[in-house]
Design a protein around this ligand. Structure first.
Ligand SMILES: Cc1cc2nc3c(=O)[nH]c(=O)nc-3n(C[C@H](O)[C@H](O)[C@H](O)COP(=O)(O)OP(=O)(O)OC[C@H]3O[C@@H](n4cnc5c(N)ncnc54)[C@H](O)[C@@H]3O)c2cc1C
Length: 470
């Protein structure tokens, strides 16, 4: 950078206001860190963190960054699990936290929201209009709606039952990396046929522009019924999913599983009796109370074909709350007691069991760390297997953490290639350049690079993420 930090601070203060620029070391450390398991390094530390309040400030900020050739990294809440949120180069971090407004227009069939509002808060506002937000990451209390749409993730198998969040986006206000403010899409509930520039920004992970306003269709809130099924083996859960697709059964909105180990940990943590094997939990929806009840009964019948120990509809909300919480607790256990190295495998449905066994073998035979424990859970109805290497200590050298992350990533990417998947969670790019090249070829990757250059000639936004820098 050609200017001093104090000059940078003054320039940024002119754009966003003195109170919304930080250049102190503790703030830089906070914004340099994300959920990746290794320590922050000097190159991750931003020169400055800014918190603009509107698109015109962002536009001025980006024009300034282009003039001075300083990278800008967009920060929602920094909860992305695959390294998107950690700045890969020194630069300015732009936090969207102040852009929180929401307007709901039931008479138009949509709502508009600022990117910095937390997902759970958006849900609370929509609930007043009996509307559903189809976004369910475990991080919803803190993740921003801007971050969720920027990675286009829904979690829990919602993709299979309803679609991804991007399927409900009607349009954006977006600030291009060069500072122009664009409006995309429609104010009708009907999306354009043919070329629809809105789609370029859905799931674009902050590489092509900053989402400053999100317009999304209102989905009437369905009725739900909950079902739990206990199995002696995880493989029986997997064959249930295979049969569900084979028999043309409409997937539940949520269809989660815990393998034998995760189920024991999770159930113990919430004070429920430890199950004898694996557990799956499902939430079925319909737009009438009778309809959802009927679906649950029919699904219960279907489940009986794959050797469950027990299946039941769970009507008691407290019981369901505990069963559901066991998923999060299995993850919390691992985070508390050691280190986890996660992955996502989303195989072709009929290859679920082979993919699961291969994932087990990867974790048990890691070159970078011996004796890692295999634990898995995930949005199996989608289908997603989250295969974790759990190491019951935090006392691992930084270089080893990186090596395990890379090995897990590379080997599970190979499973996605072998079994025809691509991963449906978390956003892909920052960790998956090698995957994109291997699966889709160098020319497709080059096309992405060319597209990024067309939007962002000076490579200002989220520099390093498309290059796969760590
Ligand atoms: C406990 C936990 C559970 C989770 N569960 C799931 C899960 O079940 N399924 C799943 O898919 N994910 C899950 N996640 C990760 C999830 O992807 C993120 O939490 C969420 O999508 C990102 O929100 P964020 O506000 O933290 O975004 P960040 O992490 O800050 O940003 C994510 C990416 O989006 C970009 N970005 C952010 N805001 C904007 C914007 N306004 N315009 C353009 N680009 C932007 C950033 O630059 C970055 O590249 C989980 C995370 C945690 C910690």
């Amino acid at each position: 950078m050609d200017i001093t930090i104090s000059k940078l601070r003054k320039d940024l203060a002119r754009i966003v206001g003195e109170d919304y620029v930080s250049t102190d070391r503790p703030t830089s450390v906070v914004y340099a860190k994300d959920t990746m398991p290794w320590d922050v390094e000097e190159k991750n530390m931003p020169y400055a963190v800014v918190r603009p309040s509107n698109s015109s400030e962002i536009s001025r900020l980006l024009k300034y960054a282009n003039e001075k050739l300083i990278p800008v990294h967009i920060h929602g809440s920094g909860t992305s699990l695959v390294g998107l949120a950690r700045p890969k180069t020194k630069g300015i971090v732009m936090d969207t936290a102040r852009m929180k407004g929401i307007e709901v227009y039931p008479e138009r069939g949509y709502f508009e929201v600022g990117p910095g509002m937390h997902v759970a808060q958006v849900k609370k506002e929509l609930a007043k209009y009996n509307a559903l937000l189809p976004v369910f990451p475990g991080s919803e209390l803190v993740a921003t709606i801007g971050g969720a749409i920027a990675v286009n993730t829904s979690a829990h198998g919602v993709d299979a039952a309803l679609g991804k969040p991007g399927d409900f986006i009607l349009g954006f206000e977006v600030v291009l990396p060069t500072g122009q403010i664009l409006q995309t899409g429609t104010e009708s509930t009907r999306r354009p046929a043919g070329i629809d520039p809105t789609k370029y920004f859905i799931g674009s992970e902050g590489l092509l522009g900053v989402l400053t306003k999100i317009r999304m269709r209102l989905i009437p809130m369905p009725y739900f019924e909950q079902v739990v099924a206990y199995y002696s083996r995880t493989e029986d859960v997997l064959s249930t999913v295979i049969d569900m697709y084979k028999n043309g059964i409409y997937p539940p909105l949520f269809f989660e599983y815990l393998d034998e180990r995760a189920a024991k940990i999770g159930f113990e943590a919430v004070g429920l009796q430890q199950p004898r094997g694996a557990v799956s939990m499902m939430r079925l929806h319909s737009w009438s109370k009778e309809g959802s009840r009927q679906r649950a009964k029919e699904f219960l019948e279907f489940l009986k074909d794959n050797n469950p120990i027990e299946t039941k509809i769970v009507s008691d909300e407290e019981e369901w709350g505990k069963i559901w919480q066991s998923r999060a607790e299995a993850g919390n256990y691992m985070y508390r007691l050691g280190m986890t190295f996660g992955s996502e495998i989303s195989p072709r449905v009929d290859k679920l069991i082979e993919a699961f066994h291969d994932a087990q073998s990867i974790v048990k035979n890691l070159d970078s760390y011996k004796n890692a424990e295999f634990i898995s859970f995930g949005h199996i109805g989608a289908p997603t297997i989250h295969a974790y290497a759990f190491i019951p200590t935090k006392d691992i050298a930084n270089e080893v953490k990186k090596a395990i992350t890379l090995e897990m990533r590379e080997k599970t990417e190979d499973l996605n290639i072998k079994y025809g998947g691509c991963g449906g969670e978390w956003g892909l790019t920052a960790q998956r350049v090698s995957f994109l090249k291997k699966k889709y070829g160098e020319s497709l990757y080059e096309l992405l690079v060319t597209m990024k250059k067309a939007f962002d000639p000076n490579d200002i936004l989220n520099r390093g993420n498309l290059q796969g820098w760590m």
